[in-house]
Design a protein around this ligand. Structure first.
Ligand SMILES: Nc1ncnc2c1ncn2[C@@H]1O[C@H](COP(=O)(O)OP(=O)(O)O)[C@@H](O)[C@H]1O
Ligand SMILES: [Mg+2]
Length: 256
């Protein structure tokens, strides 16, 4: 069964039609790309699906349940994790605390548990800590677990953000330009981590990138968005050779 489905989604910001008649269907475990020039509407597509904005028109389904217009935390708890184009980490918190904190949002001890369940609560806290360390291991940031996050190198901060998104145990993970602002070495490492996360956790991934090569290497199916409209959808080869895509990207460094 399709994991995420968007039907005919349109969004207006005042007089600007940022997204127009957008459709997508993502299967469990699939890794998908969304590319397009700056200002094409990619982040807006993510913000609409993840509940940050309510689409002017259209319907969104996660695991068969309609999520259109639900608040972001509700959609997250139903299994949609995300990272942001611009890093959003909490200052003064350690790396480990970041990942644990995200995990807590998924746990409810319950009222009875709060009174009687100390042993169980302790066990759950141990589990949370173990799981958080495992995720940090997976993204290659476990050596930084006890450091304050703002003291980490930029590329490492982005890995922490990824681990935090994974802590809610998403069925699908949205990554908005996870390599933005990275140097070439950090970029290659990040792409390897995304590949590893996909392999190890088997979740679906929806990846925004404006650098073509990155998505071409990773994704099974890619959509190209231009002025809020999908102008092409297909395998990396189909996208690479599509005249409409070539035209949209003509003369831009992003083909590299
Ligand atoms: N909150 C907003 N209010 C008004 N306009 C917005 C808002 N967010 C994005 N836009 C506009 O929508 C268009 C698409 O933006 P965005 O989705 O960020 O593009 P991309 O991520 O592809 O670079 C741009 O013209 C942008 O200025
Ligand atoms: Mg964007």
């Amino acid at each position: 069964m399709t994991l995420l489905r968007v039907d005919d989604m349109t969004h207006w910001f005042g007089g600007l039609q940022a997204v127009s008649g957008y459709n997508v269907a993502i299967e469990p475990g699939q890794i998908r790309g969304l590319i397009g020039p700056n200002g094409a509407g990619k982040t807006t597509v993510f913000n609409l699906i993840t509940g940050r904005y309510r689409p002017t028109e259209g319907h969104i389904f996660l695991d068969g349940q309609e999520i259109t217009g639900l608040p972001p935390h509700k959609i997250a708890s139903m299994g949609l994790g995300r990272t942001f184009q611009n890093l959003r980490l909490w200052r003064h918190m350690t790396v480990l605390e970041h990942v644990k904190m995200a995990r807590y949002s998924k746990i409810t001890y319950g009222l009875a548990g709060a009174f009687f369940g100390t042993a169980r609560r302790n066990r759950e806290e141990d589990d949370i800590e173990t799981r958080a360390r495992e995720l940090l291991e997976l993204v290659g940031a476990v050596d930084w677990a006890d450091h304050i996050v703002t003291n980490l190198p930029y590329g490492m901060q982005r890995r922490v953000e990824l681990a935090r998104a994974l802590a809610i145990q998403p069925k699908i993970l949205f990554l908005d330009e996870p390599t933005a602002g990275m140097n070439p070495e950090e970029l290659v490492q990040m792409m390897e981590i995304v590949r590893l996360v996909h392999e190890q956790l088997g979740l679906a991934i929806f990846l925004i990138e404006h650098r073509m090569k990155v998505v071409m290497d990773l994704c099974e199916v890619i959509q190209t968005l231009v002025f809020g409209q999908v102008i092409a959808e297909g395998t990396p080869d189909e996208i690479r050779n599509d005249p409409r895509v070539i035209e949209a990207y003509l003369g831009k460094e992003v083909m590299a």
